[in-house]
Design a protein around this ligand. Structure first.
Ligand code: NAD
Length: 261
């Protein structure tokens, strides 16, 4: 326990996928989990992203910093090879990535292309399943926690969220099926669903500033969400304090989801 009465994550080892820069939700999680004592493996998308991600990873003394483009299976295999060799076990994974080609994201779902839809589903949903598959043997003995990031557009039609809403719906369903399949190994699977936060991925969604101002106006707490607040919820979900919590999607949105539009 630390001075706030929260159990420490000391000795826990986790992988965080999805840091693009200091505004990323994944970075909010990484900072909080590092402060709680966890060792964190960090990935960056490609060479262009590395100069933004590596300095952040170094500030949290990440023992593993590796490239990971989820459209390249060999990179995922290499990353898990390094984790297996260096750690041999894994306690948690935070999967905070999403992608849709802009033409498909900005158009109507009705007009979405097959290729755009498949790419969006692959990177935004099936990538979580692939990560779970790779993590399972490393969590099989001691259990673990797999966490992904969803959004309210999975449940209700949010203007301009388009095909990403379909991806998040599939992702939330994946959380349930994975939780059911991995529960006997004490591997818990959950999603966090934050209200709108200004990040690079969010900047691809049209009229995103309106989503933020609407959220502040409508939410019971009239507050914007920040990445550290998401990190604190993630800390709980990867810690032993959340034992028996699995298969769920949890809003962290100042209560916005309970309001009629
Ligand atoms: P971000 O741009 O900081 O992070 C998105 C990440 O996805 C980036 O690090 C990017 O490199 C990664 N990514 C994209 N394609 C990839 C690929 N092929 N392989 C590996 N990584 C890839 O934005 P963010 O808002 O922090 O997004 C993180 C997660 O949170 C996403 O799943 C997003 O849908 C979700 N989310 C965001 C909000 C919001 O308002 N920002 C709200 C709810 C949920």
């Amino acid at each position: 326990m630390n001075e706030q009465g929260l159990s420490s994550l000391k000795g826990k080892k986790g992988l965080i996928v999805g840091i693009a820069n200091q505004h990323s939700i994944a970075w909010g999680c990484a900072k909080v989990l590092h402060a709680a004592g966890a060792d964190i493996a960090v990935t960056y998308l490609n060479q262009k992203a590395e100069p933004y991600v590596r300095p952040l990873a170094e500030t949290i003394h990440a023992p593993i910093i590796a490239p990971l483009d989820m459209s390249d299976d060999s990179q995922l295999n290499d990353l898990f090879g390094v984790i297996t060799q260096q750690w041999g076990t894994l306690d948690f994974v935070i999967h905070a990535i999403a992608f849709a080609p802009l033409a498909d994201l900005h158009g109507r779902v009705t007009d979405s292309s097959r290729d755009g839809f498949l790419k969006a589903m692959d990177i935004s949903c099936h990538s979580f399943i692939r990560v779970a598959h790779m993590a399972e043997p490393l969590m099989a003995k001691q259990g673990g926690s797999l966490l992904t990031l969803s959004y309210y557009g999975a449940e209700k039609v949010v203007e301009h969220y388009g095909i990403m809403g379909l991806c998040k719906a599939a992702l939330e369903s994946s959380v349930k099926y994975l939780a059911a399949e991995l529960g006997d190994k004490k591997i818990r699977v959950n999603a966090l669903s934050p209200g709108p936060i200004a990040t690079r991925a969010a900047s691809g969604i049209e009229a995103f500033e309106h989503l933020i101002s609407h959220a502040i106006e409508k939410a019971p707490e009239h507050s914007a969400i920040n990445i550290e607040q998401v990190g604190h919820f993630a800390r709980f979900l990867v810690s032993d304090e959340s034992q028996l919590v699995t298969g769920g999607t949890y809003f962290i949105d100042a209560g916005l989801n309970i309001m009629a539009a």
